[in-house]
Write a protein that binds this ligand. Structure first.
Ligand code: SAM
Length: 568
């Protein structure tokens, strides 16, 4: 075999071509985002950006844009709708001689030619033609993108809605058969067995990353970030400080490195003792209003998530919001915190029932979307970008580099294993937009704050850091919270602290350590190690658990020693 000849100088390698294509797509995305800031009701721009997202390999973001475009096509068709006039104005420059290229996609009107030809090529007729064609394009992008994200039931529903308008549309028919094929494979059904829509899985996974255009992530290791975090920490944990911690790289599964003296490590943040802390002493006490409760009309504080105080003969210290009686707080402190941080954005806005009392199988999802809802209320009330809300700004979302997430874009490709952010049309796109609309936020004109990628970034930060409490009645998770300082403490299966969440999240120095029942207490300079799992479990169970919750095989000293001792 001949050795490959070196590429002639000046020739472009495949990698260079790929990089150039990526750069051009990112540039186009930026331009379209800026155009949308100027003309937020132009559904053609949303569709164009959806296509760019698809080409970049972000089908979830493509679905988000196609869905906003679809909502705007409805606005265009009905004069009585809220944004009808704005859509009409935004689209007045399109005409039959300046027809949007994004609508030249196959024969969008297959099976229903009259639907489009009879509507006209100027004025309101033109608007209707554009809206009808764009709606079909939206259905195609939604169906295909949601299929790629694994949200099969929603993909199928959009296919069906599209086929109702254009029954012979080839793209939609093909996508429908792909969905059925994939569903049969996932449900382990034979090729000819019918698939019922209700049985289609709707939960998939998408990329979990700092998007290339996300300028909101701080450099968490910079002196500026550390100083800010430590100024905030001073009151809740006076004997601790935030520092860079060197942690083992988590592995995907069993490895032979348990006995090694040196294992691969990476830098993250962690909490450290600045002074000696005595056994049993409180290490940290943190208040958070980034909480969620998925039971409608439950007796918990709207702000901190704690059980409301009981009614005594002298009454109760609980306090209702004077404007919306259904919202109750533990006491004056929680009421004032809510007023300061989020409540005016949702007061009397009819958001209370959204995502409440869910079926058991989506109890977790409902808590995450309710945490997002609280974050959106904080962002709106504090008039800042959601990713600048202090409660999440410095949280690391266990992101992986965008290059690791790149995909094969063919319809037959499975999501690659590195996609780890749970996704569904309902919780990542539809419900957040519904919540914003209830809060009287214009979901088109405020795209810079409330774009789909912003929701995904917030979800990445919640997953892995939110703590949940289970109901004593039925064991379902019904209250959740994010405590951004508590969650800076890393995990160890021989922890030196333990935690409890009531109205505050509290960390205590353990009186006795798990390994060898050594006395507790933490020396100045030592790292604070919390436990994310039940440390009484055996090493195998702890490591299985850690794969889901910590992000990989736990490599703490106790796990490595115990695994080596039993020859795992
Ligand atoms: C709740 S955060 C802890 C704070 C985090 N280190 C930071 O920089 O913000 C949980 C993440 O920290 C890392 N982590 C925590 N404990 C660890 C350990 N014992 N070994 C390796 N990584 C750990 C994992 O990446 C995990 O997903």
């Amino acid at each position: 075999m001949e050795a490959p000849s070196p590429a002639p100088s000046g020739s472009v390698s495949a990698a260079d071509e790929r990089d150039a294509r990526l750069a051009a797509l990112l540039q186009r995305r930026q331009e379209l985002t800026e155009s949308l800031a100027d003309s937020p009701y132009d559904f053609i721009l949303f569709l164009e950006r959806a296509v760019v997202y698809s080409d970049l390999g972000y089908p979830d973001l493509a679905a988000g844009d196609a869905y906003r475009a679809l909502l705007l096509t409805d606005e265009a068709k009905d004069e009585s709708y809220e944004y009808h006039d704005q859509v009409t104005e935004a689209l007045e420059n399109y005409s039959s001689s300046n027809f949007p290229k994004v609508l030249y996609h196959g024969t969008l009107s297959d099976g229903a030619p009259d639907l489009f030809s009879s509507q006209g090529s100027s004025g309101p007729g033109m608007l209707n033609t554009l809206a009808s064609l764009a709606a079909v394009r939206c259905f195609q992008i939604l169906a295909l993108s949601l299929l790629l994200c694994g949200s099969l039931r929603s993909a199928y529903e959009f296919c069906e809605r599209g086929l109702k308008a254009v029954p012979d549309n080839q793209d939609l028919l093909e996508i429908k058969s792909y969905i059925e094929r994939l569903a049969r494979r996932r449900l382990q059904k034979a090729d000819n067995e019918p698939v019922q829509i209700q049985e289609l899985p709707d939960r998939g996974v998408v990329r979990r990353e700092v998007y290339p255009w996300n300028t909101y992530e701080p450099d968490r290791f910079s002196q500026e970030s550390l100083s800010f975090l430590n100024s905030q920490l001073a009151e809740m944990a006076p004997k601790c400080e935030v520092r860079v911690s060197n942690l083992p790289v988590l592995l995907d599964g069993a490895s032979s490195t348990d006995g090694y003296d040196i294992i691969p490590t990476c830098n993250q943040l962690g909490l450290f003792a600045k002074e000696d802390i005595a056994p049993g002493e409180v290490v940290l006490q943190e208040y958070s209003a980034l909480t969620a409760n998925n039971r409608h009309k439950e007796s918990t504080c709207d702000a901190c998530g704690n059980e409301l105080p009981p009614l005594t003969k002298l009454g109760t210290q609980a306090k209702c919001c004077p404007e919306c009686d259904d919202t109750v707080f533990c006491d004056e402190f929680c009421y004032q915190k809510a007023q300061e941080l989020y409540h005016p954005a949702v007061c009397n806005k009819d958001v209370d029932a959204i995502a409440k009392d869910p079926e058991a199988k989506v109890a977790d999802e409902s808590l995450y979307v309710l945490l997002l809802s609280r974050l959106l209320a904080m962002s709106s009330h504090q008039d800042i970008h959601p990713l600048d809300v202090i409660a999440i700004k410095y949280i690391w979302g266990d992101f992986v580099p965008p290059s690791v997430n790149d995909i094969d874009l063919s319809v037959n490709a499975e999501p690659p294993p590195d996609w780890t952010l749970p996704f569904s049309f309902k919780y990542n796109i539809e419900t957040p937009l519904h919540i914003l609309e209830k809060m009287d936020i214009d979901i088109f004109a405020n795209l810079d704050r409330y774009d789909t990628w912003v929701f995904n970034t917030a979800y990445s930060k919640f997953r892995g850091t939110a703590s949940a409490r289970k109901s004593l009645r039925d064991g379902r998770p019904d209250v959740a919270a994010v405590h951004p300082f508590w969650c800076l403490a890393n995990h160890d299966c021989n922890p030196n602290v333990t935690w409890e969440w009531g109205g505050r999240m509290v960390l205590w120095a353990r009186k006795t350590r798990v390994v060898g029942h050594q006395p507790g207490g933490i020396k100045a300079g030592e790292e604070i190690f919390n436990h994310y799992c039940d440390v009484d479990l055996d090493v195998q169970s702890r490591r299985e658990w850690a794969k889901g919750s910590l992000g990989g095989w736990c490599m703490c000293q106790r796990c490595r020693d115990e695994a080596q001792a039993i020859g795992l």
